[in-house]
Ligand binder design. Structure first.
Ligand code: GLU
Length: 508
C-alpha cells in the first residue's frame, strides 16, 4: 500500500463546528495510526462565501486541539500551494480535457435563462428543477448549439461555465469504508458546474483534482457530502484517474441531544452549550458564538468526547489519551448512524480530565479565569486552593464559582440561614471562638479542636453552628471543609468575616 495520505479540506466560511473537528480528529488518528501524512487544504474557491479571519481561526482551533497537520498553507509541503484560490490556474486544463473527451460541455446560459428554465419547469412535485440530462437539451450549451456558433461564442469571450455531462440511466457505485456498498442513480444527479465564469473551479472539480495531485489515499468527510460522491466518482473516472481514487468514508452526523436532526449552532444557543471549538465572532454581524475552549473545556477532554461521537473500541472504555486513540482507532469501527450529542456527558469527560491533572498543571489553566475577577493571585496559594476544590469543578470557570471566597470577602447570599435561628448562645459561642484564635496554631486541625472545645463550653452541637460558620466564610452552603477554608484565608480575614456576621445577625 502506498503511504497513507489524508486531508481535511475546510472552506473558510465561519466557525469550526464540533463535527468539523471530529473530521480532523479521525483524519489525524488514521494518519498517525498508519504512520501516514495529514494534509490541511483550504478550499476557498467559492469567493462569495469567503469570511475574513475564518482560515486563521481554523488553524488556531487545530493548534488548541493539538491536531496539527503535516502539510498546510502555514507550514508548506511538497504539494504547495495548499490554498485552492492560489491554484486557480491549474484547474482549467482538466475542465478542458473533460470537454475535449465529451464528458463535460460549455454552457452559455445567462442568469435569466436559468431562472426562466426553473420557472417553466417548476411543478409541485419538482419545485427546483435542475440542469440535468433532461433539461440540458433545452439550454444554450455546446451540446445543443451548432459547433461554429460555440466557437464564435468562445472567440467573443462570451461568459460560460463548464458542466459535467452526467450519463443517463447509470448506476454509480463504490464501497464506503463505513457505509459499505453505496450506489446512486445518475438520473437523479444534475450536471454540476465544474468551472465557473470567473475561471474558478467549483468545489467538485477542485476537490478531485487536488486529491489526485496531492496523492490523497483516503478521503474522510461528513455524511452531508455523500450526495456529491457520484459526481466526484465520475470525475475520477473521466479524468482517467480511477485507479488512484482515494478510499472514501462518510462520517455520521452529530445529532441534536434528542436525536432529531443535525446539531446546529442554533441548537447550542437554544440549549445553552457550545457547538464551535473556540469562540467565533462573525466579522460582518459581530455575532459571537461560544466555543468549548472558552466554556472551560480542556482540549484533551474535547478530543476524547469527539472520538466517541461515532466511534468506540468495542469495549466499555471511555477515557482515551490521544496516544491510545492513535493506537486503537480504526475507521471500520466508526458507526453509520448519527451520534447524539450529550452536553452532560461532555461535562463528565471534562471533570474526569480535570481530576487527572496535577494541581501544579492546573495553576496555569485556572489562573486566567481567576484573573478575570481582578484579584491578586499567588501561584502557591492558588495551587493549594485548587487541591481543595478541584473535585467540585467540572469546567475551568467553576474554579472561581467554587473558590471566589478564597480571594475576596464573599457577599452573604443566605444570611437568613443564620439569622432565622440566631440567639445569644450562638453569639457567645462565635465570640468565644474568635477570642481563642490568638492562642492557637493556625492549622485546620487546631481550628477544629478549638471549635469543638467551644462547643462543649457553650453546650452546643456541631450541627447548630457549622452551617452558620460556612455561610460566614463562603456566603452560601457549599465549598470544601470550613476549617481548611479558615486556614487558607488566614486569621485576620476569618475573624473579620465572623465578627461582621455576628454584628449583622445581632441587629435582626
Ligand atoms: N470543502 C469541503 C468542506 O467545506 C470539503 C468536503 C470534502 O472533504 O470533500 O467541508
Amino acid at each position: 500500500m502506498s503511504k497513507v495520505r489524508v486531508r481535511f479540506a475546510p472552506s473558510p466560511t465561519g466557525g469550526l463546528h464540533l463535527g468539523g473537528v471530529r473530521t480532523v480528529l479521525y483524519n489525524y488518528l488514521f494518519a498517525r495510526h498508519h504512520s501516514g501524512e495529514f494534509v490541511l487544504r483550504i478550499e476557498d474557491t467559492d469567493q462569495s462565501r469567503y469570511v475574513e479571519g475564518a482560515e486563521e481561526y481554523i488553524f488556531d482551533c487545530l493548534k488548541w486541539c493539538g491536531l496539527e497537520p503535516d502539510e498546510s498553507v502555514q507550514i508548506g509541503g511538497p504539494y504547495a500551494p495548499y490554498r485552492q484560490s492560489e491554484r486557480k490556474g491549474l484547474y482549467f486544463q482538466y475542465a478542458k480535457q473533460l470537454v475535449d473527451t465529451g464528458y463535460a460541455y460549455y454552457a452559455f446560459d445567462t442568469q435569466a435563462d436559468l431562472e426562466d428554465m426553473r420557472s417553466r419547469h417548476k411543478t409541485d412535485a419538482n419545485p427546483t428543477p435542475q440542469y440535468d440530462h433532461k433539461l440540458r437539451t433545452q439550454m444554450r450549451n455546446s451540446l445543443t448549439l451548432p459547433p461554429n456558433e460555440v466557437e464564435q461564442l468562445l472567440a467573443n469571450n462570451t461568459p460560460y461555465v463548464i458542466r459535467i455531462k452526467i450519463p443517463e440511466n447509470t448506476i454509480v457505485e463504490f464501497d464506503d469504508m463505513i457505509r459499505g456498498h453505496v450506489q446512486f442513480d445518475t438520473n437523479l444527479v444534475d450536471d454540476k458546474v465544474l468551472l465557473k465564469a470567473d475561471g474558478m473551479p467549483t468545489y467538485h472539480l477542485a476537490v478531485v483534482v487536488d486529491d489526485y495531485l496531492m496523492k490523497i489515499t483516503h478521503a474522510f468527510r461528513g455524511e452531508e457530502w455523500l450526495p456529491s460522491a457520484p459526481v466526484h466518482l465520475l470525475l475520477w473516472k473521466y479524468l482517467g484517474w480511477y485507479n488512484d481514487m482515494p478510499k472514501w468514508a462518510h462520517l455520521p452526523l452529530i445529532l441534536k441531544p434528542d436525536g432529531h436532526g443535525k446539531l446546529s449552532k442554533r441548537d447550542g444557543e437554544r440549549l445553552g452549550f457550545p457547538v464551535f471549538a473556540m469562540n467565533w465572532k462573525d466579522p460582518k454581524s459581530g455575532e459571537l458564538t461560544q466555543g468549548f475552549r472558552e466554556r472551560g473545556f480542556l482540549p484533551e477532554a474535547f478530543i476524547n468526547i469527539l472520538a466517541l461521537l461515532g466511534w468506540n473500541d468495542g469495549t466499555e472504555q471511555e477515557i482515551f489519551s490521544l496516544d491510545e486513540l492513535i493506537q486503537k482507532f480504526s475507521i471500520e469501527r466508526v458507526h453509520k448512524g448519527g451520534a447524539k450529542f450529550d452536553f452532560e456527558k461532555a461535562k463528565w469527560f471534562n471533570h474526569q480530565y480535570l481530576q487527572r491533572k496535577t494541581n501544579e498543571e492546573l495553576v496555569g489553566l485556572v489562573k486566567p479565569y481567576i484573573a478575570e475577577h481582578s484579584v491578586s493571585i499567588d501561584d502557591s496559594y492558588l495551587k493549594k486552593i485548587i487541591g481543595l476544590i478541584k473535585e467540585r469543578c467540572t469546567l475551568l470557570p467553576d474554579f472561581w464559582e467554587q473558590g471566589h471566597f478564597f480571594f475576596k470577602t464573599p457577599e452573604i447570599k443566605e444570611l437568613s440561614v443564620i439569622t432565622d435561628k440566631w440567639n445569644e448562645q450562638k453569639k457567645a459561642f462565635f465570640e468565644g471562638w474568635v477570642n481563642s484564635f490568638n492562642s492557637i496554631d493556625w492549622t485546620h486541625d487546631a481550628l477544629e479542636n478549638s471549635f469543638n472545645e467551644q462547643l462543649t463550653a457553650h453546650s452546643l452541637k456541631k450541627g447548630d453552628v457549622l452551617l452558620p460558620l460556612r455561610i460566614m466564610l463562603v456566603g452560601g452552603k457549599y465549598g470544601p471543609g470550613v476549617f481548611a477554608i479558615a486556614e487558607m484565608i488566614g486569621k485576620e480575614e476569618t475573624k473579620k468575616r465572623i465578627i461582621n456576621i455576628i454584628k449583622r445577625a445581632s441587629e435582626y
